[in-house]
Write a protein that binds this ligand. Structure first.
Ligand SMILES: *Cc1c(COP(=O)(O)O)cnc(C)c1O
Length: 446
C-alpha cells in the first residue's frame, strides 16, 4: 500500500492557478511587513527588498559549489567577506566565508577549532569549549555534532558571562571560548576583552558570536552611541567572528559570514577528498551545492546601503528600541531583564507569569517569542517598526493589566503548554517530548 494522502499529481497544474494558490498560502503567514512580528523577518524598505529580489532572481540557478566555474560567486563572496572584515576592524590577513546562516557559521567555527586542535595540540583527546549560559543553542548543537564537550559558565548579576567562572572552567582540554555580542536572550554584550585575554593566555581560540549584533553594534558605535562595548578584531585574542547577513545585515535569508583572524586557522574549516573517481572535490563549508543567489543578494544589499544606509537603519531601529523599552518599563508589573545594549531585549515580571500576555497579544496580531528561566517575552526590534510603538505599548499595557488581574490565565491556552514544558520536573523527559512536537510539524495534515 502506497501513501494515499499527498502524492505527486499525475498531471501538472497550470502556472496561473499555482500563482493564485501560492498567494493564498502566503496570505496565512505572518504579516511581517506590517511590523507586528518581533522575530524572524528583518524587513527594511520596499526598495531594498526589490533590489535583493532582483539580485536573487538573476542568479537563481547559479551554483557556487565551484567558484572557479562561476566568477560571479568568487567576486560576491570575497568582496562581502572583505567588507565585513573591514567593518570588524580586521587587517588584510582576515579571511572567511559566507555560510547559510548563524547556525552554520557557529558549526563551522567549532569544527575549525576542533581540527586546529587535532593538528596543533594532538595531546588533547577530549576537546572542550566554554560558553556562557546565554550562548545560542547552535553552539551546543555544534558541540553535539562534532563531539566537543560543552562547558557552561554562569552569568553574573548583570546577566553577562562571569569572567571568574571562565578562569575556573579552563582546562588543558580547552580548545575554544565563546562570548556573544550581543547574546540573544537579553541583548547584553559579554565582557569580550577580558574573556579573549584569558583565552589568549591559555593558548586557545576565542570566537565572538556576533550573529545578531554584527550588523548593529558597529553602526551604533559610529553614530556615537556611548557604552557600545568592544567585541571585534580590535580586541587582541578574538580569533574569529560570526555575523548574520540575514539579520540586521538586511540581505536574503540563508546568509551569514564567518571570519578568522589567521588564514592558518581558517583553512581548518575546509574539506578535501582528492581521491574520488568523480574528481578532486573540495568544499569550504557544510553544503556542497550553494546558491549564488544569496551571495548576489548579500553583495547588492551591502553595496546599496553602504555605511550611511546601515547607520540610518541602525539609528531608526535603536530609537524604536529605546522607545519600546522605556514604554515597557512604565507598565505596572513589567521589567526589562539584563543589560540590553542594542535593539533586542526581553521583559518579564516579578509578580506574575508573563506567558499569557503573549497569548493575548497574539490575538491582536503581535508575534513575540517566549523565553524561560524566568518566563519572559522577547523583542527583536525590526527596522520597519518605527510606526508601531504606540499601538504596541497600548496593546501591551491592556494585555498586561488583564493578566495581572487574572493570574489563572497562566493555566490556559499556549501559556499552559509553555508553563508545563518549562517547569516540568523530570527535565530528561523534555527533549523527547519537544522532538515529538517537532516531528509532527513535518507530517502532512490531510
Ligand atoms: C540568530 C542567532 C544565531 C543563529 O543564527 P541562525 O541564522 O538562526 O542559524 C546564533 N547566535 C546568535 C547570538 C543569534 O542571535
Amino acid at each position: 500500500m502506497g501513501r494515499k494522502s499527498i502524492i505527486l499529481p499525475e498531471k501538472g497544474t497550470a502556472k496561473a492557478q499555482l500563482e493564485t494558490e501560492l498567494k493564498e498560502i502566503h496570505s496565512h503567514d505572518f504579516d511581517f511587513e506590517g511590523g507586528k512580528v518581533f522575530a524572524y523577518a528583518y524587513h527594511y524598505t520596499e526598495e531594498h527588498t526589490d533590489l535583493l529580489k532582483y539580485a536573487y532572481n538573476l542568479f537563481f540557478s547559479a551554483n557556487a559549489l565551484n567558484p572557479m566555474a562561476f566568477p560571479s560567486a568568487k567576486k560576491f563572496e570575497s568582496e562581502v567577506v572583505s567588507m565585513c572584515a573591514d567593518l570588524f576592524h580586521g587587517d588584510q590577513k582576515v579571511f572567511g566565508n559566507i555560510t547559510t546562516g548563524g547556525s552554520e557559521s557557529l558549526l563551522m567555527a567549532v569544527k575549525t577549532y576542533r581540527d586546529w586542535a587535532r593538528k596543533e595540540k594532538p595531546e588533547i583527546k577530549h576537546p572542550e569549549m566554554i560558553v556562557p549560559e546565554s550562548a545560542h543553542p547552535a553552539l551546543s548543537k555544534a558541540a553535539h555534532y562534532f563531539d566537543v564537550t560543552i562547558i557552561y559558565i554562569p552569568l553574573d548579576k548583570n546577566g553577562l558571562a562571569d569572567v571568574n567562572a571562565l578562569k575556573k572552567a579552563l582546562s588543558p582540554n580547552t580548545i575554544l571560548v565563546v562570548g556573544s555580542a550581543c547574546e540573544y536572550p537579553r541583548g547584553g554584550v559579554d565582557p569580550i576583552p577580558e574573556m579573549a585575554q584569558i583565552a589568549m593566555e591559555h593558548g586557545c581560540g576565542f570566537h565572538t558570536d556576533s550573529c545578531v549584533g554584527g550588523f548593529m553594534l558597529p553602526f551604533l558605535k559610529k553614530l556615537g552611541y556611548p557604552n557600545i562595548p568592544e567585541f571585534d578584531f580590535n580586541v587582541p585574542g578574538v580569533t574569529s567572528i560570526s555575523a548574520d547577513l540575514h539579520k540586521y545585515g538586511l540581505t536574503a535569508k540563508m546568509s551569514s559570514v564567518l571570519l578568522f583572524r589567521k588564514e592558518k586557522t581558517w583553512k581548518n574549516q575546509f574539506y578535501a577528498n582528492t581521491e574520488w573517481i568523480g574528481g578532486i572535490y573540495t568544499s569550504p563549508t557544510m553544503p556542497g551545492t550553494r546558491s549564488i543567489a544569496m551571495l548576489a543578494a548579500a553583495w547588492a544589499g551591502m553595496m546599496h546601503l553602504g555605511m550611511e544606509g546601515y547607520c540610518e537603519m541602525a539609528k531608526t531601529t535603536m530609537q524604536t528600541a529605546e522607545r519600546l523599552r522605556d514604554g515597557v518599563k512604565k507598565i505596572p508589573g513589567l521589567k526589562v531583564f539584563g543589560q540590553p545594549v542594542m535593539t533586542l531585549f526581553s521583559f518579564g515580571s516579578d509578580e506574575f507569569n508573563v506567558y499569557p500576555i503573549a497569548d493575548l497579544m497574539a490575538q491582536r496580531g503581535w508575534v513575540m517569542d517566549r523565553l524561560q528561566k524566568p518566563p519572559a517575552l522577547h523583542c527583536i526590534v525590526m527596522p520597519n517598526q518605527a510606526n508601531i510603538v504606540d499601538t504596541f505599548l497600548k496593546d501591551l499595557a491592556e494585555c498586561t493589566e488583564i493578566v495581572r488581574k487574572n493570574p489563572q490565565k497562566a493555566n490556559e491556552g499556549e501559556a499552559a503548554m509553555y508553563g508545563m514544558l518549562t517547569t516540568f520536573k523530570e527535565r530528561d523527559k523534555i527533549p523527547e517530548m519537544v522532538l515529538g512536537f517537532l516531528a509532527d510539524q513535518f507530517k502532512t495534515k490531510k
